[in-house]
Design a protein around this ligand. Sequence first.
Ligand SMILES: [Zn+2]
Length: 458
Amino acid sequence: MHLRRWLAPALTLALVAVFALPARATPPSPPLDFTLRPLEDTRVGRPTRFEVVATPRLSGGRLTIELTPPPDVVLDGGARRRVVDRAPAFVATRFEYAAHVPPGLTRRVYVRATLEMPDGTRYTRGENLALLAGAERTPAPRAQLTSDGTSGRLLAFDGEGGAPVLAPASAQGSWIATGQFLYKDREQDATGFTGVEPDRPARRVDVQVFDATTLTVLATGATDASGNYSIPVTDALTRNVRVRMVALSSATPGLLVDVRNNASARIAYAVNGPQVNGHVPTADVNFGAVTAAAGAGGEAFNVFDVLLNGCDFFFLLEGARPNLRVTAYWEPLSVDGTYFLSSDNSVRLRGTEGYDDTVIGHEQGHFVANHWSKDQSPGGTHYIGDNHQDLRLSWSEGFATWYAASARRALGVGPRPDLYIDTDGSPGVGNLSFSYSFETPNVAANGGACEVAVTACL
Ligand SMILES: [Zn+2]
């Protein structure tokens, strides 16, 4: 009896706690749910069956599913293009296919779903299904877990390039480490990745000079706006020395940006420069230009750069960068979701979003609204083309996209600030999930209860 008297209120409290949890501030998506899934393990010499499931959230549109396999992938089952006229809302349409892939090579079949409404409005959504039969012949580079010189750890990749040049040190008992750190960027437009992949400076990131044998950090500094660094090192020993950049901002006063792997391990990313063996402390070293490649740290430093732009745009508006830290959690295989979490000021990113600048900037917009505005959004899932959103939600989501876009426009980040672009992160050209323009909307956008209209007004 006593137990029951205690249980009922406890249960009520637990239920209230569950329902009172704030819904997460997520990115927009088209009104078209879409999943790709292999139906069996891929095996050498046999086709792999997979399914495509598309569920429109609007009624009466024409649903088209199109597959684009690479030239060396043979489709066994299913036409490359299938159409459902007058597809009902919230009813899943499921298609099955089978594909032969060459052994030992990851191959991606690009699948695009298009929902065309009677008024001509089109919503599209795409994704690659990665298939691999047998062991991968060219495995992707993996980060090494290493000491950060104190009690912490870093996930370190080896950078590309860099050719050390030594010169006599000008001062006694100290030498100078110079060089430049860059990251591989991947440009995009309304159709996804353009294939243009320039090396961009890794700006305002930490740089450490360390003993490559003992992992002792000898000196710390930061890159400037061009990715260059020049760090005096006080040292008296002959040893093997190396430099690395770290996706932290501890050596840049007034900047509070971190990029780490996940919220439990909280390990920051690093990219190593070349090593100089038997370095004598009377020699300055120019380590040269070192680039973080895509798939080997490039994503982490791209995320850092987007967040830096968001902080610099804040500076233009407020006269100082945000005085609160924003931490991005990104790792290659994360499927945790994409959202801003106010309890720890973190931007959570899926593995596929390391180069999705507008998605990263959108979540940073939620961070800004959360602390420097009065955000009352209930959060949760939301769709572009929805003109009947909760006004608190449409304002918050419209603001978040506006923040990302205005930062891009104010800082001159190309190519077009009026686009919101979400890719599936696969290497190569295209690989678009979806995109839309909010200045000349290619989606339905009417009134204050539509986040696209809110963005355009702002
Ligand atoms: Zn959002």
